[in-house]
Every structure is written in C-alpha cells, then in structure tokens.
Write a protein that binds this ligand. Structure first.
Ligand code: HEM
Length: 390
C-alpha cells in the first residue's frame, strides 16, 4: 500500500518534470516586419512560459572573426553592431575574459531562473508537502484499522540486547540530524509562502537565516550518521531468500502471523537501503549546493544516462543550471525520504508494541524478539551459550 502511494507521487512528479505546461511550443512567428529581430509576439510567448525557438537570436550574434574586441567602443562603426553584441551577451557567446575569474563569470544572463523558481514554488511545494500530509493521514487511517501491533501473549519480562550503545549513537545521530534538516529545510523552502503571512517578514528573516545556518552545519552530522549506520548494518541488510517469504506474507501485518527473520526483516531492509541510497543522493546534491559551482554533477550524470538509456538530457549546462538542477533534486529526494521516514517512525513508536526499546535502551523483550526476529534470537542465544557476542 505504502509503495503504491509512493509510486504514484514519484510518477506524478516525473510526469510534471518531463511534460510541464511551460514546455509547450510557441506558435510560428512572422518576423519580416522587424527584419528578423524579435517581435512583440515573441516577448508575449516567453512571458506565457511557452517554448520559443530562440535560434533566430542565439545564432545571430555577429561574426566573431570580424568582431571588435569588447573593450573597444561599441556601435554600428565597430566590428559588431550593438544588437549583435547584446545578443552575444544574452547567449553567453561574447568573450568576457577579464581579470575577474571564477566558474560563472562569463555567464551574464541565464534564462533557467524563472522555470526553476516556478517549479520550486509550485509543484515541489504542492506535491512534496501534499505527499507528507497525505502519508500522515494514511498512517492515521491505518492505525485505526489495524491498531498497534501487540506482542502475542504479552511481554515475557526477560530482556535481550538488540543494539549496542555505538549502534544507538549512530542511529540517533542520523535520526536527530535528519529531523533537524527536514524542519530547517522545510522552513527554507516553504517559509516564504506559509510563515511570512503568519509571523511577518522581520521575524521570518531571522528564522530563515538561523535555519539556513543550522541546515548547512547539521548536514555534516547526517553524513557521519549515514556512514556509521551503513558500516555497522550493511552486513545484516544483504537481501536473501527469506526476505521474499517475508514480503509474500506481507510481513504478517494483516494476518497476525510472524514470518521468520534474522536481525532485520525485508521491510527493515527496504528502509535501510532507501535511507542509504536517498541519503547519499541528498548528501551529494547538498554538497553541490554548499559549494556553489565547485561540484557540478548533472551534466556528467545526464551524459551517462543518455549513453546508457538513450535519453536526451542536456549535457552542456551553465554553472547556474547545474545549481538549479541540484536544488530541485535535493528537495525532491528529501521529500521522498521524509515520506519513507514517517512510516519508519510510525512503526518504531505508536505502530508496534516493544519496538522503541530497541533504540531506546537497546534491550528488547525476548518474546518480542522471538516473534519478529526468531532466527536472530536463535543465533544470539546460541552465541551467548558459547560466550561470544554479536
Ligand atoms: C523519532 C524518530 C525515530 C524513531 C523512533 C526510530 C526508531 C527506530 C527503531 C526502534 C529501530 C530499530 C528497529 C528494530 O529493532 O528492528 C530503528 C532502526 C533504524 N532507523 Fe530509526 N527511528 C527514528 C528515526 C530515524 C531516521 C530519521 C532515520 C534515517 C534518516 C532512521 C533510520 C533507521 C535505520 C536505517 C534503521 C535500521 C533499519 C530498520 O530497522 O528499519 N531512523 N529506528
């Protein structure tokens, strides 16, 4: 059920990204009245976010071989006409080499700004926020239908160690930093729309600056938590045949049965790999945002995708475009992760009796452990008899 909803959200977002309303073509324009220069219709079409074929301007930026250097006076008497020069500026065809250097200095005008801003303020907020609210609602409904998953026959009173202190430290470092990043990220993304009307601009300004600072710095704790949990738990999360049995039985959620499982069942392995893969992706795109223009990743990724999948993603991206892609990707992945984590938090707290103790004090009830992780208990008790630790 969770995955159907998750799939629907991903599908809706992908459809929106790949087939946006603003990608509709503008109608053909007759430019004889302007001698080939742009017309009012072109300008109006751009304002309506229609896709205008700009080649009549972008391929008309003068003859560089016959051009006067940019430092010389511009004008009809120079090597280029002013119109040529301005078109050159508009399409980044002009050589702006000066003493000022940096990865983005020679881009004076970049036209991805509006579509990026509209995507960010529109679909990303609407579908991302909607997915979170929808999912919380779904879990509330699920709770009322299924109720708390209880320990059959009640707790035994005997405890068994499930997670060592270092494992719990790694988990809470990851969890605490993720929750802080999610909250500060949401404030940064949605605050303008939802908080300014409530708390006003002055207060929001302070909050936004603080959120941004926290978000930038807490990111390191998240990455450390991600690496720690990966190293400690990856060996227990390799998929095996048992997982298939567990999934076929739906984890026993509706049948009140307890399919066999080792330390982590298939549901937990899905959580683990979702956190690891999305966590890595959100970290890489976050680093790219943290060090503007220093870590462009999308042109290279698109190139690989085009060669493997035969897609046609753009591979020549302006530095600003790289940042725009990184920003959108970062938000989309973060939302997907938040939705997955809400389900995880549900099952670790109100959803299942006895689960929280595993990460609370590390000791779980033996009966809980037998019902949810029978093979792990056998292994642990076997090792204890031999005096080993796991
Ligand atoms: C209040 C928030 C959270 C609670 C109450 C919670 C609770 C738990 C519990 C009880 C377990 C152990 C389950 C078991 O004994 O088998 C666990 C495991 C785990 N947690 Fe959390 N967690 C929280 C937030 C997070 C966050 C934010 C992340 C990642 C960003 C995360 C990632 C994981 C992973 C990867 C595991 C191992 C796989 C699994 O058991 O599903 N947790 N958590």
């Amino acid at each position: 059920m969770n995955f159907k909803i998750f799939g629907a959200v991903v599908f809706a977002l992908t459809t929106l990204m790949l087939n946006p309303a603003w990608a509709q073509d503008a109608p053909e324009v007759d430019r004889t009245s302007t001698g080939g220069a742009q017309t009012l219709e072109d300008i109006m079409a751009r304002q309506k976010q229609l896709e205008v074929d700009e080649s009549f301007r972008s391929e008309n930026t003068g003859d560089p071989a016959n051009a006067a250097p940019i430092s010389e006076q511009l004008g009809t008497l120079g090597g280029r006409s002013q119109a040529d020069s301005w078109r050159g500026v508009r399409y980044n065809e002009i050589d702006l080499s000066t003493e000022v250097s940096g990865p983005a200095v020679d881009v004076l005008i970049q036209d991805g700004g509006m579509p990026w801003y509209q995507l960010r303020e529109g679909p990303v907020i609407t579908y991302g926020g909607g997915a979170i609210l929808g999912f919380v609602l779904l879990l509330v409904v699920f709770y009322f239908i299924r109720g708390k998953i209880r320990i059959d026959g009640g707790p035994s009173g005997t405890k068994i160690e499930r997670f060592k202190a270092i494992e719990r430290f790694g988990h809470w470092l990851l969890a605490g930093s993720f929750i802080a990043l999610a909250l500060t990220g949401l404030i940064t993304l949605m605050g303008r729309s939802f908080l300014i009307p409530v708390i006003g601009q002055e207060a929001f300004s302070t909050l936004a600056v603080g959120s941004k600072w926290l978000h930038n710095n807490i990111a390191w704790a998240f990455m450390l938590g991600l690496v720690m949990t990966f190293v400690m738990w990856v060996a227990h999360n390799i998929p095996n045949k048992l997982d298939w049995q567990w999934l076929k039985a739906g984890g026993g959620i509706f049948t009140n049965s307890h399919p066999s499982s080792k330390k982590f069942n298939a549901g937990q392995k899905i959580v683990f790999w979702t956190v690891m893969i999305l966590g890595l992706s959100v970290s890489l795109s976050g680093l790219s945002l943290l060090f503007p223009f220093e870590m462009p990743m999308f042109a290279g990724t698109f190139e690989v995708m085009n060669s493997i999948l035969g897609t046609d993603f753009p591979t020549a991206l302006a530095p600003h475009e790289e940042m725009q892609y990184a920003n959108l990707w970062h938000s989309i992945i973060a939302f997907a992760m938040m939705v997955a984590i809400i389900a995880h938090i549900y099952i670790g707290t109100v959803g299942m009796e006895g689960a929280f103790d595993a990460m609370g004090n590390g000791q779980v009830d033996l009966e809980w452990a037998r019902q949810h992780h029978d093979l792990w208990v056998e292994e642990r008790l076997g090792k204890q008899d031999k005096g080993e630790s796991s």
